[in-house]
Each structure stands twice: as C-alpha cells, then as structure tokens.
Design a protein. Structure first.
Length: 312
C-alpha cells in the first residue's frame, strides 16, 4: 500500500519543507527583481545591490523588493507545505484562536521584561571572536552584518508619522506573521516530530531562525526571542501568541527608532548599555516565572489537543 502524506517520516517532511521553501524563495526573488526592473529600471536594481540608496526611488523599490523577495515567500512556503502538500494546515500552522485571551497579556509582559536579558546576550555576542584560522569567515560575517544594517537603516529612515505606521505594518505585522508561520508553524512542528523532544525542537528552530537573518553579531539575543516564541506556540497550540510577541518586539523597535530620529526621546534604541547586572538577573527570573504561568494558563499539550492539534 502506498504511504500517505500524513504518514511521511519527519525526516522526509523536513526535506520537503526545505525544498519547497528554496523553490518558492528562488521564484519570488526572480519575480521581485523583474518587478523592480520593470517599474523602476534595472539600473536601480544594481544600485540597491550595491547598497546605494541615493536615488529617490530606491526606498519605495526597496520596500517592494523586501515584500516580494522575502516576506511573501516566507509566508507562502509553509502554507503551501501544510495545506497543499501535507494537507494538514491546522496541525502545522496552528492557526486556532481557541486559546485563553489572557495568554496575550502574559506574552506582552514576557516581551516587556525581556529587554535586559536581550541586552546582556547582545553584549556577550558582540565580544565573541572566531579563531585566527577562521578570520576569513569572521570578516564575511562582519560584512554581512554591515550590509544588513545598511538595508535596515534605509528602511527605518522615517520622517513622518506615516513612515512609522508603514514600517509598523511591514516590519512589525507582516514580518511577524510570515516568520512565525515559517519557523514556529512549519519548521518547529516538524522538528518536534523528528527529535521527539519539545525543548530540543524549540531551541534548534530558534537557532535556525536567528541564523536565517544573517546578522551574526545579534545571533544570541535573536535566538532567545525565537525560543520564547517557540514556547508560546508549544504551550498553547496556537501560532498567534508568537505572532503577537514577534509583532511587539519588531514594532517597539520601529516606534523607538522613529521617536529617536525625530528627537522625541533621548535614549538611542541601539544603545546596548542601559541595564545593570541585577536587572539582567531579575529579567531572567521573571521570564521563567511568566513562562510557567503561561504554560499553566494554556494547559500545555492538553489545551492543544482540545483544539484539535497535536504537537508531535
């Protein structure tokens, strides 16, 4: 008897997932480059590739390029895999809203209190260096980091409230939905099945999520955020608390950057030396306590099963 897709081994599921993502990513990158070339000219495509944003049309073109080449494929790939390949969208994407609303409140406070711990990990990350034998790799990492920063700076160069609202929608909302569907929806679900260990799946997914951003000197803090989003999903059986947490993290950065650029606040959001050691410890303790509260309120696996979902 032919094996159904629902009985496909987790290893093969992961392979399908990666192949589908790679295919969708390539297709939309080609479409994005063609779209920019047709609307703005291929000369502007080359300017963006060289990180030259002096042309007035470069920023609108960059927005379009980010949406078509990154946001859309990141969202489409897991939906295609879950709904059309595995035919189990609820199990893989976890789109159920049947969860206690208070989970969103707990997730809000977890994200709020995580700032000191994020800063600590960022400071540690900045001090990490590779052995001399891997100096070439380290230089490449620094160059990739700098390129990513220049693109982010171009997008987050905001002069009006409308610029801020636009970035909250693009960087905050759309990115949060797409990335959570890809990583905590599709990938984490498969890795739970593959590893048969919820915590391993959460942290491996978080590490892949962080590496995907190609900003290596922010790897540790982003991995912690990915793990928090992973526990939000694993304990509730729903993707939406993770989307909410991701949205809060991204949108806060956007709004703080806007306020700083327009001299509404004095604290630079990029400053990594705001908190003290006791605040780092306090942040860690409170996060652990709130995660336990979140788990208890959610009801863990039993809550997920009641919603017709399995965590693997």
């Amino acid at each position: 008897m032919k094996t159904s897709l629902n009985q496909t081994s987790p290893g093969r599921q992961f392979l399908y997932f990666v192949v589908i993502f790679a295919g969708v990513f390539v297709v939309f990158n080609v479409l994005g480059i063609l779209a920019i070339g047709l609307f703005y000219g291929f000369g502007l495509v080359m300017d963006i590739a060289r990180l030259n944003f002096s042309d007035p049309g470069s920023i609108p073109a960059l927005y379009l390029l980010q949406i078509v080449t990154t946001t859309i494929p990141i969202f489409v790939a897991p939906v295609l895999f879950a709904a059309w390949v595995m035919r189990q969208p609820q199990e893989y994407l976890k789109t159920s809203w049947g969860i206690p609303p208070v989970l969103f409140v707990v997730a809000f406070f977890i994200m709020l209190i995580s700032s000191p711990l994020i800063e600590l990990l960022s400071n540690i990350n900045q001090q990490l260096t590779l052995p001399q034998s891997l100096k070439g790799v380290e230089n490449w990492m620094k160059q990739s980091e700098e390129s990513a920063k220049q693109v982010t700076a171009a997008i987050l160069n905001m002069h009006t409230v409308w610029d801020c609202v636009k970035n909250v929608f693009l960087v905050g909302f759309l990115t949060a939905v797409a990335e959570e569907f890809l990583f905590r929806g599709g990938m984490q679900t498969i890795l739970v099945k593959l590893t048969k260990n919820e915590h391993t799946a959460i942290w491996v997914t978080a590490a892949i999520f962080s590496a995907f951003h190609m900003e290596f000197y922010g790897f540790l803090p982003r991995m912690l955020l990915g793990a928090l989003f992973g526990y939000f999903v694993a304990y509730s059986g729903s993707i939406w608390p993770a989307v909410w947490g991701h949205f809060l993290n991204n949108s806060t950065a956007v709004v703080a950057t806007y306020l700083y650029q327009n001299k509404r606040i004095k604290l630079n959001p990029d400053d990594q030396h705001v908190f003290t050691w006791w605040q780092y410890v306090f942040s860690l303790i409170i996060i652990i306590i709130l995660l336990l509260v979140y788990k208890k309120v959610a009801g863990g696996r039993e809550n997920a099963k009641l919603n017709g979902e399995e965590l693997g």
